[in-house]
Design a protein around this ligand. Sequence first.
Ligand code: TA6
Length: 293
Amino acid sequence: MPVSQQSSKTVLTHPSGSSTEIHLFGATLTSWKVNGRERIFLSEKAIVDGSKAIRGGIPLVFPVFGKGKAPHVTASLPQHGFARITRWKLVNSSENQEIVTAQFGLDHSMISEEHRQMWPFDFELVYTVKLSADTLETHLRVQNIGDKAFDFNTLLHTYFLIPDASKVKVIGLSGVNYVDKVLQKSADQEGDVVIRGEVDSVYAKVKSNQIQIPYGSEQGGIQLTKYGLSDIVVWNPWTEKAAGMADFGDEEYHRMICVEAGQVAEFIALAAGGSWEGSQILSLFAIPQHTII
Ligand code: TA6
């Protein structure tokens, strides 16, 4: 059964029968296995019951990144907005020999009255996930179906499962100006991003659409290709922040890195009747084995 759903859980299984599958709770992807190997981090302490944002997977950030600031209309919304803490509907699914697809919908009639009061705009989101034998595409379309313009942030808050945070790199951001939220300063990225402590950096207008995340010590890695998304966020909470999160194991920071594609440095303005879309494709790469002469 390529697409199965039980209550809020949806499972997409690739027809190659090679234990390549994705799991979603609502519209939050919580697992991506390729030939049985998990590539997405989900905290062992994650609360996956809809009562709070899931610590791991690919939570969807909309309509604000972080905490909105007054007088912006998003100022009273919860951190990262309401999309990741609201129940979406599975609206469509399809499959062929190559790709299994599922679509989830969320519109203004489905959010809480409280959130509607905070952000009174008529919108419709369609989130499409596509699983192939060795890639995962996640695509978001935002439509303004009302008569008032609104502006929004959005981000695919992807948590990657990695062998060792001290060995991982993020390649493709060299020379890009970023805001370092830990040191509260901005700078130009010199070379590859590495994790040697807490990292919380927002890279704006990243020209390269291909970001590589090698695991280190010849273990291959993940390639993130972004479409219509200009910014990249890199986050690892490290020891102190990890200890401060009840839904995150104290030592789990060693085996995760968030590399997040989105539109967060600036708000996107959407006129009445307008629409916007953006997506990312995750794929695997193997470090070529050294040829033995
Ligand atoms: O994407 C990085 C970030 O904005 C960090 O600042 C940190 O707050 C992280 O998101 C997790 O946010 P959450 O609301 O899920 O605890």
